[in-house]
Design a protein around this ligand. Structure first.
Ligand code: ZN
Ligand code: ZN
Length: 271
């Protein structure tokens, strides 16, 4: 039995003697299957190809968890250190012994979560390596679970992942798309960790949200309003999306950008 991971999204699938026929994550209109067709890989194969896990500091108590070379969707995972244990957010689709030991040195992993199904990587392999830490999956996205396991904790609406570290369901990109509020982040100014629920623009000074980022499918105004309803009461000045960061004034930037977005999709902007 082998854990096969999709070569395009790097999401692990249930153990099986041979690879699945297709990857439902990539077949969905929000993702893509390469012209060359569906292909699969394994942890051993990636290790032989020279893949390695990297952990490096971003700010006090926050670390980036990535691979070299880039794997699958290629998000920058995060390790958030808190007095009540560490959160591993959106882990890569690969883990190796040296990288896991580095995470051990930083206090290990007490909880694992992702903003939505695209960025779950090898969550179950990480959980099994780190004492079977719970893997939080929004109930609304249960159908997208590719590797069922007893460590998965379904949640709905709002969940306290670790003492003082809350996850909020916003919907939008996926029905269960969510954000994590880390009030102690940026030395107490507050950090919002958004994955693909709120993306950072290429200009690094705006924010947006899409049903599909790669296929450019927008969201309706009501979905953007829902995201604003959830994040507006939260205090934060820095925002980490799956790929970008708004270093200062992130709260105001989210307000301004998402209001602009609503104006565009409602047809109230001059072309
Ligand atoms: Zn896939
Ligand atoms: Zn996504």
């Amino acid at each position: 039995m082998t854990i096969f991971s999709c070569s395009t999204c790097a999401i692990e699938h249930a153990q099986a003697p041979k690879p699945p026929e297709s990857c439902a994550i990539c077949e969905d209109e929000r993702q893509w299957v390469p012209a060359s067709g569906q292909s699969w890989t394994t942890r051993d194969e990636l290790e032989n190809q020279g893949y390695a896990l990297n952990v490096h500091a971003l700010e006090t108590d926050l670390y980036a968890v990535t691979t070299t070379p880039k794997l699958g969707i290629g998000q920058r995972g995060l390790l958030v250190r808190t007095p009540g244990g560490n959160l591993l957010f959106e882990p890569p689709g690969f883990i190796d012994a040296a990288g896991a030991r580095r995470i051990d040195e930083l206090g290990g992993v007490a909880a694992i979560a992702s903003s939505h199904p695209h960025l779950t990587g090898s969550s179950i392999q990480y959980s099994h390596r780190f004492g079977h830490a719970p893997v939080y999956v929004a109930k609304a996205d249960e159908q997208w679970i590719r590797r069922p396991d007893p460590v998965i904790e379904l949640w709905d609406g709002k969940a306290e992942l670790l003492p003082g570290l809350w996850m909020y369901q916003c919907g939008g990109h996926f029905a269960g798309s969510s954000v994590v509020h880390w009030p102690a982040g940026q030395d107490g100014a507050g950090v919002l960790i958004t994955g693909d629920t709120i993306a950072v623009g290429g200009d690094a000074k705006s924010a947006n949200a899409m049903r599909s980022y790669v296929n450019n499918i927008p969201l309706p105004a009501r979905a953007i309003e829902r995201i604003l309803d959830i994040v507006t009461p939260l205090e934060f000045s820095r925002l980490y999306s799956a790929f970008g960061v708004l270093r200062e004034d992130a709260h105001a930037t989210v307000q301004r950008s998402l209001r602009r977005y609503i104006s565009w999709v409602e047809g109230r902007m001059p072309e």
